[in-house]
Each structure stands twice: as structure tokens, then as C-alpha cells.
Design a protein around this ligand. Structure first.
Ligand code: BMA
Length: 975
């Protein structure tokens, strides 16, 4: 291969890990026999390919130093690209009130979003660059509304954070070291307000503003930008501005590879049960999307395709350019045995293959390449009728990967920070790994955030997490003027092309909750329903869907979530009841029912959202608050509670089951309140998730059942505030996350209580039958550490089955009337049950589970003194190089035993019900630490630590409604 013009680039990396490349001074030329140089060159090439970056024909010289200034010149400082205004102002100490998220900074720093900002730099351009046919500035992401000026001339504009912009600049550059480049940003807040007002002259596209509880900014729906950056019911408003992704100045004469499309269709029917020895043959299509140097015309060259060390071929190609774009398509076949299949988490491995395309023009004077990793699998969203003889019973909403039907276990993803530039690849990976560690196999990237970073999807590919990818439209009506539709078209093109090759992407979806919003008149649209309905179809069906499917016919597209899927389509995309349990997916929130008993939960086909709020731990909150905030009724707590009525709902739920601590201003009662909220959330989502998993194999007479997915709301947090997250901002696990590891386990025993019966289910997601199991259900009294009765049953579990295994009558089978007697107490307040599922070899097949018949606040529960008896270690385990053994002791039954340490890491179990006098828990530290350090920071508590005679009495006088004393509390008064 002869390569001319090959430049060696030096790299300058920014804090976010992204790198800009500068041409270095050395130029290699192939000399016959100079094998050393050839080797170096091959290494450079290999490095370029493996790093997945385009090998540019030419790149402009050093452009790493930027200036950031505001309109009136009162702020001028060094800027960072990629980056954003808030981050630059923080670095320069213009924003100097402590941590970025400190206390009321979201309000105090709002002025930033109300200003116009300019990023400017100077470009060195040489004659070589300008000698190319086309010279363009390429921005992978501009946030959001800007004018781009080169040497004072307007070369283009931007109005969509999710679009890749390419501006022709050849005519505006000069051979000089002082070409100016300015990107002038208009305030996103002002722009959105202006767009709203212009639109309103015709008709209003609501909502007119966010709920006041959001403490946010209005009109996010009028700007194509992270919708949640204007605030959400779990997050603050920090509408950012800046060049948030990589950029380049490039000159070229033929083609520049931009994206790779990959499709692989098995050439044989796949079995319905995974066969890991099967390596079928595949029909592969690779399409290479290129930016051409000319606007139109025909030309030729070669494209070398390689797939790992399995396939490599140089294709001589000719192509046609239309509007500066060329698409080159290649088909080939992989024989049986050549590649292994990719599987979701829990179903097999995730082999990924490096697919590289290398473009060369006819005389091989110019090259461009790109490399991505691909996987071999099929995906399908099955929507067949559940009973073909009774179509009125509705349709399935079942995911099939590689022809295997799978229950989707997972959660919803929101942006990991309101400023995308603050999210490191490590943090993204950590969060996704944390989901995979709790058996999640599906995550929904929710439509009010961003199309996530490349590293997000790369990690999902590696971990086997399927991605339900929303388009970025959420909880609003949207405009449909031509400019808006044009920019959305560009957005879909950018994002579908960028992400298409990832095996993890399961499906594309049009929006979050906008079908439901329209049907149920959330924003007062009912008087002009026809208008908004037509707009809805124009945007999501005729624009987003058509284009997405045109670009990627390899996976399903659903128009909304929740929706009735095919049924919604048949009802002209706005179903009579988008929440129907017979079709599609459902979002279910009910903050007023007793969340621990499961009444009222819909028997849906697919639960794509459900959740309850809690607060993060005190350790997380105290990083951004001060002492006066540490009280559940403080102004700060209300400031960080964005969900309307959230504080009251949380208090109601805590008070339903536990003793709400008094408002006595002490740190202890504040910390107790945070802990109780997390118990409530963990128990509520446990109850609901188990309900959905129990429904996997059953269909009731109404046609409800065959539930195929449970994605709770929400996995992660954007800041330290009240939210539905299971992982706190920063990465600490809430109690819910510990619980998710159990309720998402491949096999679970699930217990619930109906009238006088204890019902027992076993659920298995395994792909093989499990034989010779023993189910044990132990009846315990709260005041004893040994069980008072034990029920046993032999079981076998079929693959992928939820099975009803026993009904135990509380009186006849469990003898609770005699065994659970205690004075005036109800039997369900004296006893509870614990289940185990044991394999023939004695190991636990499912995690231990429990059911409290009654409410802990009414329970005959003695005070437990839980202590740490020893900590030893560290030892090396697969989970951590610094694994410690923590022995926890209690002489009495203890509920919701909660361990905390300052050190980052996770416990093997937490929030658990402690029956034995000793529990052995592992602590997987994320960093090197010692037994002494852990001893000095570890704390442990259980439920009875949160109340005492005094606090119950005090709380009762403070708020009779929420904390009214049950007759049983009288006993507690004397414990
Ligand atoms: C759902 C989501 C989000 C919201 C969450 C909690 O409806 O789609 O918009 O944050 O509920 O209210």
C-alpha cells in the first residue's frame, strides 16, 4: 500500500478525556525495504483504526486555546472545547459558590443561561489545507443556538444540540496563522421564549411553563436541547451553552467516512432456547456513510472492509454524490462457525468484532477510515395476539433476542449530570456496570435527556444491556413548523447513523409520554385535539419514524412510551387508553395507595416505568448543604424536592408503615428520615417488581398478564435531590439498589398476602429447567431469632417460567393463631415469613426473601441493638481487590439493617432483615483501605433505632394524622 500525505498527529487531551489532534512535524514516505518505517506506519494506522477515529486527510493546526466571553465583555476567560460555559466559569472561579450543585446555585447561577456567550479561537491554516477541494469545519455537537463566523463571515448556524454540523469554510479561510473562528451563542432561555412567543401567535404549543415545584425555566420544548436542562421533577435548571463534542477542521478531495451501518441476518432459523455452540452463517450488510468533497457527481476509489481477523476485502467502488453525501453499500456472507452470537446479560457472552472500513481514492493519495465494534444477534418486539382466537384479549409486547423470548429487567436512565461535559467515561461505565451487576438486561434512555455518549453504548454492548432508545421528546407538545421539522430531520440522521451499529440497541422510540399527554389532556390541548393530533403524527410518525426506519430497518420502532404499540397505530397513534393493560407498555405511579401491599398495580404487558421517591443518603446530601438545611421541613429540602407534593407523599408512605421521626431539629432524626424514605422506596419497588415478574407466565380471563418487562424509574441521579433513583449522584447505592439485586435475581421466590392466605410464587429466567429444589417457608416471630414453624415443598422449575407454587393458609397451614399470639396484638404484627429455595447440593438458588404481613410500626418488634463485631481483610475477590468481611451482630430480630461507610464501595447485602444473631457481609471497597479506616467510619442501624418512647410520643403530638399511634404502639412505649 502506498500512502502519501500521512501525517503523524500529536494529541492534546482535555479533562474529559477527549482529544484534539495536531499535525506533527514528521512526514513518513514509504521507501522500498524500509521495514522499520513500514512497521511504525502500520502501528500508527492500527492505532488510528482501533481508536475508532477517522483518519483525516488534513487537519488544521493548533486550535486548542479558546476564549470565552459574554456580550458586554464583562467576562473574558479561557474556554474549553469540548465543554460548556458553566464549566469554564467554574474553572475560572467566576462561579465560586463551592461545589457546582451547592445549595441554591441552580438559582444563583441562572444569569449564565440568560446571557449570550462567544467561544473564539484563532486557526493556523496552510496552503496544503486550502488546496483541497472541500474544507469544512465539523462540529459533532453544538449546544445549541449559535452563529459560526470565520474571519468575520457567517459560515453557518446551529439550533440543535443533537445535530452534527458541517460548515464549508474554504472560501473564508486564508493561508495565515490568524484566521478567526467565533461561535456566538444566543441564550437558550431567550431563544426558547422567543420561539414560544412566535409560535403562540399562531397557536400555543404547551406546556406554557414547567410546574413551579421544578424551580425551572419555561419552554424547553421550543429548543432542541436536553429537555431536562431547563429542570425536571428530579433535577435542576442549568441551561448550558458551548461546543459540547469534538470538532475538526478538515480538508479533503474525495470522501470522508462519517458513520457505519451494520446489519447481520442469520441464514438459518435460530432455536427458541439459547444454544451456545451454535454459530450460524450470517448475511452481512455494511453501509458506509460518507461526506463528499463535491456537492454532486460520480467518482470511484476503494473501500477495504475488515471484520476482526475473520474477513477482509478491498472493494473497488464507484459512487454517486448527492448534496455532499455518498452512501456505499457492501454485502457479504459469513460461514457457519466464523462468529459467535452476542447475548444480553444473563443469557450468554457478548463477543464483539472490530469492523473497520478504509476508504482510499483511486490513486490512493487520500484515505479515511473508521472502526466500530459490532455484534451478531437479532432483536424483535413481538406483538402477536396473546390468544389468536380472542383478539380482544390484546397483544404481547415481548422482546426476543436471537429468537429467545426474554423478560426485560432494568431501569430508566436520565443524564448523569446536567452538564454533559462533567460526565466521565469512567462514571458512565460504572453506572452501567452497577446495573449489570444487579442482573439488569435492559435500560431505557429516556426522552428528556440526551442521546448518550459513545462510551455509554460501548459499555452497554460489552455488558449485554439492551437499550430502549427514546428520541429526545418528553412530556410536552412540540412545534411542527418547517424549521423545527428540518432540524429534527438532521437530528435523526445524526443520531441513527451514529448509533445504529451498536448491538445493544433494542429499539427506537419516538417520545416519552406524549401520546398519553395528548389523550389525557395534560396540557389543556383537548379543545384543539385535532390540531395537536395532526402535529403529533407529523412529527413522530411522518418525520421521526419514517426517517429512522429508512436509516435503520434492523430494529423495531415504537412511537411513544407508554403506548399500545400496534394498537395505538390502529387508533391513529393516540389510543383511547394509552395505559391499556392489554397492549404495549405502561407507566404506573400511584403515591397514595399502600405501596407495600401491591394493590392496584396494573397487570400490564410491559412496565416501562414505575417508581417512588426517596432522598439520597446524608453523606451525599451533606456535600452540597449546610447544617440549617438538615431538617426535612427546611427550605433547602423543599427547594430540592421538585415533584409537586413530593414531601407530603413521601411522609404519607413513611408514616403508613413506620414511625415518622419528629421534627426536633436534630441530625439524628434527619438521618432517620432519609433512611426511612429509602426503606419505603426499596420495599415499594420490590413489591411492584415482584408483582410484574410473577405475571410473566399467566393470563387472566380479561386477557391481562404475560408481563414481559419491568423497568423501574429511575437508575441514576442528576444531582443530590429527592428522586426516584436507585443510585445516588456520585454512585452510592440506595437501599433500592441493594434490593434490586435480589428482586432481579434470575430465580426468585415471591411471597404475598391475600385475605387469610400466604401465596408463594417461584420465578425463573433461566434458560434451563431446574430440578430437585426445596422451597422452605419459615414462620418467624419478631421476638425470637429461631423460626416457629417451617414449611417445605419439593419443586422443579421450568425454564423461563413464573409459577404459583403454594397457598398457605395463615391459620390452618401456618398455625398463626397459636404461634403468633401476643396479648392484644394481631397475629400479622407478631409474625413474618422468610423463604429460601435450596438446590440438591444445599446452595441457595434464589436469594432469601421475606414478607411482613403487617406494618413494621405496628409490629411486636423488640428494640434491636445491632453492632459490628469484627471487620477483617482485605482479601482479593472478583468484586474487589480490597474485600473485607464485616460481621454484624444482633441479639434480636432486626429489620432493614443498614450499613454505611465513608469509603466508596458496596456491601454484599444491605437493608436486610436480620434473623440470625450474626450476619456475615462483605464490603467490596473501590479503593485501597484498611480495617482501621473502615472501623472508624462504619455505622450500622436498624428500624428500631429510628424511634423511642419519646420520639413516638412527640411525633404523635406533632402530627396526629401521619403518626397516629396504633394500639400496638402502646407496647413500644414501654420497650
Ligand atoms: C415519568 C417520567 C419522567 C418523570 C417521572 C417521575 O413520567 O417519564 O418524566 O420524571 O415520571 O415523575
Amino acid at each position: 500500500m502506498c500512502v502519501a500525505n500521512l501525517l503523524v498527529f500529536t494529541r492534546s487531551c482535555t479533562f474529559s478525556g477527549r482529544c484534539l489532534r495536531r499535525p506533527g512535524s514528521r512526514r513518513f514516505k514509504m521507501v522500498g525495504g524500509d521495514w522499520m518505517r513500514a512497521l511504525v506506519m502500520v502501528m500508527v494506522w492500527a492505532w488510528e483504526w482501533w481508536s475508532g477515529l477517522v483518519f483525516h486527510t488534513t487537519l488544521a493546526s493548533d486550535t486548542t486555546s479558546w476564549l470565552l466571553s459574554n456580550d458586554n465583555g464583562s467576562v473574558v476567560l479561557g474556554g474549553t472545547v469540548p465543554g460548556g460555559v458553566y464549566t469554564d466559569l467554574l474553572k475560572a472561579n467566576v462561579l465560586s459558590q463551592g461545589d457546582f450543585y451547592y445549595r441554591y446555585n441552580d438559582i444563583d447561577y441562572r444569569w449564565v443561561s440568560q446571557q449570550n456567550w462567544t467561544y473564539s479561537t484563532v486557526l493556523t491554516v496552510n496552503a496544503n489545507l486550502l488546496s483541497h477541494e472541500r474544507v469544512a469545519l465539523i462540529f459533532e455537537g453544538v449546544d445549541t443556538v449559535s452563529e459560526v463566523l470565520v474571519n468575520g463571515a457567517l459560515v453557518g448556524t446551529s439550533n440543535n444540540m443533537f445535530v452534527r454540523y458541517l460548515y464549508n469554510v474554504k472560501d473564508h479561510l486564508q493561508v495565515s496563522e490568524s484566521n478567526t473562528l467565533k461561535v456566538k451563542f444566543e441564550s437558550p432561555v431567550e431563544y426558547a421564549a422567543r420561539q414560544y412567543a412566535t409560535q403562540a401567535e399562531n397557536y400555543v404549543v404547551p406546556p406554557k411553563c414547567v410546574d413551579p415545584a421544578f424551580k425551572g425555566v419555561c419552554h424547553a420544548n421550543h429548543i432542541r436541547k436536553m429537555q431536562a436542562s431547563f429542570s425536571w421533577d428530579w433535577g435542576p435548571a442549568f441551561p448550558n451553552a458551548g461546543i459540547w463534542k469534538d470538532w475538526r477542521l478538515v480538508g479533503w478531495d474525495s470522501l470522508l467516512v462519517s458513520d457505519i451501518f451494520f446489519s447481520a441476518v442469520p441464514m438459518t432459523q435460530l432455536p427458541q432456547v439459547p444454544d451456545h455452540d451454535l454459530k450460524p452463517s450470517w448475511s452481512v450488510t455494511v453501509k458506509v456513510w460518507c461526506d463528499a468533497a463535491v456537492k454532486t457527481g460520480d467518482a470511484g476509489g476503494s473501500m477495504t472492509l475488515s471484520l476482526g481477523n475473520i474477513y477482509s476485502r478491498k472493494h473497488i467502488v464507484s459512487y454517486t454524490v448527492e448534496d455532499y453525501k455518498a452512501l456505499l453499500t457492501f454485502n457479504f456472507t459469513l460461514e457457519e462457525g466464523q462468529v459467535e452470537m452476542w447475548w444480553p446479560n444473563g443469557y450468554g457472552a457478548q463477543p464483539l468484532y472490530q469492523l473497520t472500513v478504509l476508504w482510499a481514492n483511486k490513486i490512493e493519495s487520500e484515505t479515511s477510515s473508521k472502526s466500530v465494534r459490532v455484534g451478531f444477534r437479532t432483536v424483535e418486539l413481538n406483538q402477536d395476539f396473546v390468544d389468536p382466537d380472542h383478539e380482544e384479549k390484546g397483544r404481547h409486547y415481548r422482546v426476543r433476542v436471537n429468537n429467545v423470548t426474554m423478560f426485560m429487567k432494568g431501569s430508566n436512565w436520565i443524564p448523569a449530570h446536567v452538564l454533559p461535559e462533567k460526565v466521565t467515561p469512567e462514571y458512565t461505565r460504572h453506572l452501567l456496570k452497577t446495573a449489570a451487576d444487579t442482573y439488569q438486561n435492559c435500560i431505557r434512555v429516556w426522552g428528556g435527556g440526551i442521546y448518550e455518549s459513545d462510551v455509554f453504548y460501548e459499555a452497554a454492548d460489552e455488558l449485554g444491556i439492551l437499550i430502549w432508545q427514546d428520541s429526545m421528546f418528553a412530556c410536552s407538545m412540540y412545534p411542527v413548523n418547517q424549521d423545527f421539522l428540518d432540524t429534527v430531520t438532521q437530528e435523526v440522521e445524526t443520531q441513527v447513523r451514529r448509533l445504529q451499529h451498536h448491538p445493544s440497541i433494542l429499539l427506537w422510540a419516538g417520545n416519552n409520554e406524549n401520546e398519553a399527554a395528548l389523550r389525557d389532556n395534560w396540557y389543556g390541548t383537548s379543545s384543539s385535539f385535532e390540531q395537536y393530533h395532526a402535529d403529533y403524527i407529523l412529527l413522530y410518525v411522518d418525520t421521526v419514524r419514517i426517517l429512522t426506519q429508512e436509516l435503520d430497518g434492523t430494529r423495531p420502532f415504537v412511537v411513544s412510551s407508554p403506548s399500545n404499540g400496534k394498537e395505538s397505530e390502529e387508533e391513529d397513534y393516540i389510543a383511547q387508553n394509552p395505559y391499556s393493560t392489554l397492549y404495549g407498555d405502561v407507566h404506573y405511579y400511584n403515591y397514595l395507595n399502600d405501596a407495600w401491599n401491591g394493590a392496584g398495580i396494573p397487570r400490564t404487558r410491559f412496565a416501562s416505568e414505575y417508581g417512588f421517591q426517596s432522598w439520597p443518603s446524608f453523606k451525599t446530601l451533606k456535600e452540597v448543604t449546610i447544617e440549617e438545611d438538615w431538617n426535612r421541613a427546611s427550605a433547602m429540602m423543599y427547594h430540592r424536592q421538585h415533584h409537586p407534593g413530593g414531601q407530603e407523599e413521601l411522609a404519607l408512605q413513611i408514616g403508613l408503615h413506620m414511625h415518622m421521626p419528629p421534627l426536633d431539629g436534630t441530625l439524628k432524626t434527619f438521618q432517620d428520615y432519609l433512611y426511612l424514605g429509602q426503606i419505603h422506596q426499596a420495599m415499594a419497588i420490590k413489591t411492584q417488581t415482584e408483582f410484574y415478574r410473577r405475571g410473566m407466565s399467566e393470563l387472566n380471563d380479561n386477557g391481562e398478564g404475560y408481563t414481559s418487562g419491568a423497568l423501574y424509574w429511575q437508575l441514576n441521579d442528576i444531582w443530590q435531590g429527592a428522586s426516584w433513583a436507585s443510585i445516588e449522584y456520585g454512585g452510592r447505592w440506595k437501599m433500592l439498589h441493594y434490593y434490586s439485586k435480589k428482586f432481579f435475581s434470575p430465580v426468585i421466590v415471591s411471597l404475598y398476602h391475600e385475605n387469610d392466605d400466604l401465596k408463594v410464587y417461584a420465578v425463573s429466567d433461566l434458560v434451563d429447567d431446574v430440578l430437585d429444589l426445596t422451597l422452605v417457608v419459615d414462620l418467624h416471630r419478631y421476638d425470637q431469632t429461631t423460626q416457629v414453624k417451617s414449611y417445605k415443598k419439593n419443586l422443579t422449575m421450568k425454564a423461563a417460567e413464573a409459577k404459583f407454587v403454594a397457598t398457605l393458609n395463615m391459620w390452618k397451614d401456618l398455625d398463626m393463631n397459636s404461634l403468633c399470639q401476643q396479648g392484644l396484638y394481631d397475629e400479622e404484627d407478631v409474625c413474618f415469613v422468610v423463604s429460601r429455595l435450596i438446590a440438591a447440593n444445599g446452595s441457595l438458588v434464589a436469594p432469601e426473601n421475606f414478607l411482613l404481613f403487617g406494618k413494621p410500626k405496628d409490629a411486636y418488634l423488640p428494640h434491636a441493638t445491632v453492632t459490628i463485631s469484627t471487620i477483617s481483610g482485605p482479601i482479593v475477590t472478583p468484586q474487589s481487590n480490597w474485600t473485607f468481611t464485616v460481621k454484624v451482630r444482633s441479639e434480636a430480630v432486626a429489620l432493614f439493617v443498614w450499613l454505611e461507610v465513608d469509603e466508596p464501595g458496596v456491601f454484599s447485602d444491605n437493608g436486610f432483615v436480620m434473623i440470625d444473631e450474626e450476619s456475615v457481609i462483605m464490603f467490596y471497597s473501590a479503593e485501597d483501605t484498611t480495617v482501621d479506616a473502615l472501623h472508624s467510619s462504619i455505622t450500622v442501624k436498624s428500624l428500631t433505632d429510628t424511634y423511642s418512647v419519646e420520639t413516638i410520643a412527640k411525633a404523635a403530638t406533632e402530627n396526629l394524622m401521619l403518626c397516629a399511634l396504633h394500639p400496638n404502639d402502646i407496647r413500644n412505649l414501654f420497650v
